[in-house]
Ligand binder design. Structure first.
Ligand code: AMP
Ligand code: GLY
Length: 434
């Protein structure tokens, strides 16, 4: 069986490695992939947004199955095109991926179907936005409507900051056409949880929960990045909350999408905030999260390819999807200065002990040597019985990755550990009070 994975970062690296573990021994191609995947897949030099190129490669190489991982080609309709060409895919159609591609659309869908989310307004012009922001309670959140690499969200503390944000998004068009519209929304507080779920539009199977670390520096300081690390499971996500999310958010979202003829097949990502009024949706993504995939997929015990095909063929209800009850921690090693200014092109080496647990996100190869390429370079993931051991393991693996100006946060998982400790204290206290 020939499988083509579309995308080229750390997320695609873990997907490729999981598919490579399949007992069905698929032959794997990845477009464009990166040099860190060359040991398990054939790299195909076609950009993920070259839809023509990918469809034509899939046809001429008799690809049996395709996994489209990044948001842009999903929103642009790559799955639609491949399926028209007779290639079954894992991933939503453009119509279904709209739930990520337009935040205004996602909010309207949630409002119409009473799915809990922050209160919001949608502004179509800077004038309209500013008049809404004059009377807004602060802090307030301003979001570019379209895709913006996770960077189109600004929390503003007063009207002056709001004006600046509107200028940046809607007038200077920092995120291009993504800023033609903005969502202005209520600021929510509480721990954040990422829940990735397999769905075929009939059943929804949540994967183990996780926690991203978006800020560049320790203690959640500094600019937002694509993600500096992740842990799973997320200790804030109790079985009671999971049950509520299933009833109030996951099932209603699948039903809402079906009701508007946008049946979703693939991985639907729920970005949730656990507020004092209950769990609320912060965002939907139409794909695996990055770096969440690097902690969630290593815990998947069932063959990923089998699960993906069950999704495509709409028979997810017929299979068991099992996760390990261990913990995972992924630490991202970035180029010093990311996400602002940083240098690429530094020689990159990974010790043999770390190699099996390292998901290269940005590297190129020249004359047999790997060089860093991009801000996030490598994610290392450790799996262990406890979160503490997983964290220690991930930082040990990080020592086995070498490049000049390597930067990592030092506190991935620290907030989750504090929560586990406080849960243990509460349990102990409850027991001693009898
Ligand atoms: P998003 O791209 O929508 O996930 O937003 C990026 C980040 O901004 C989220 O992970 C949150 O940390 C933060 N954020 C988004 N919406 C809100 C909100 N309504 N209240 C507080 N923080 C938010
Ligand atoms: N980690 C957040 C995302 O993938 O969008």
């Amino acid at each position: 069986m020939k499988v083509l994975v579309v995308g080229g970062g750390g997320r695609e690296n873990v997907i490729v490695r999981k598919i490579a573990e399949s007992p069905r021994h698929p032959e794997i191609f990845v477009a464009p992939g990166n040099a860190g995947m060359a040991d398990v897949a054939t790299l195909v030099d076609i950009d993920a947004m070259d839809l023509e190129g990918i469809v034509s490669f899939a046809s001429t190489h008799a690809i049996d199955y395709c996994v489209v991982a990044p948001d842009d080609p999903l929103a642009a309709g790559l799955v639609d095109r491949l399926e028209d060409a007779g290639v079954p895919c894992f991933g939503p159609t453009a119509r279904a991926a709209h739930i990520e591609a337009s935040k205004a659309y996602a909010k309207s869908l949630m409002a119409a179907h009473r799915i809990p989310t922050a209160h919001f307004q949608i502004a179509e012009s800077p004038q309209e936005a500013l008049s809404m922001l004059k009377n807004a309670p602060y802090p307030t959140v301003i979001k570019a409507d379209g895709l913006a690499l996770g960077k189109g969200v600004m929390v503003v503390k007063n009207f002056n900051e709001a004006e600046l944000a509107i200028r940046t998004i809607m007038e200077d068009k920092k995120f291009g056409d993504s800023g033609n519209r903005v969502v202005i929304e209520e600021y929510l507080e509480g721990p954040e949880v990422s829940v990735l779920a397999f769905t075929d539009g009939h059943s929804v199977v949540p994967m183990v929960s996780s926690m991203d670390h978006k800020a560049a520096y320790d203690s959640d300081k500094g600019p937002n990045t694509g993600g500096m690390g992740a842990i799973a499971p997320n200790p804030f996500y109790s079985p009671e909350i999971a049950q509520r999310c299933m009833e109030e958010i996951f099932i209603p979202t699948i039903a809402a999408l079906n009701a508007v003829q946008r049946q979703f097949k693939g991985c639907l990502y729920f970005g949730l905030m656990l507020t004092k009024d209950g769990p609320k949706v912060i965002e939907y993504n139409a794909r695996f999260g990055d770096p969440e995939a690097q902690v969630v997929l290593p815990l998947l015990k069932t063959d990923l390819l089998t699960v993906m095909q069950a999704v495509t063929e709409e028979r997810l209800a017929d299979i068991d999807v099992e996760f390990s009850d261990e913990s995972a921690c992924c630490v991202v090693l970035a180029s010093q200065g990311y996400p602002l200014a940083y240098e690429s092109g530094k020689p990159l080496t990974i010790d043999p002990e770390a190699a099996d647990h390292a998901y290269v996100a940005g590297a190129i190869e020249r004359d047999g040597t790997l060089y860093t390429h991009g801000g996030r370079v490598v994610g290392v993931t450790a799996v262990a019985d406890t979160l503490q051991e997983a964290i220690d393991g991930a930082y040990r693996l990080a020592d086995g990755v070498h490049f000049e100006n390597k930067y990592a946060r030092h506190d991935i998982g620290a907030r989750a550990l504090r929560e586990l400790e406080s849960q243990a204290r509460r349990r102990h206290q409850a027991e001693s009070e009898g």
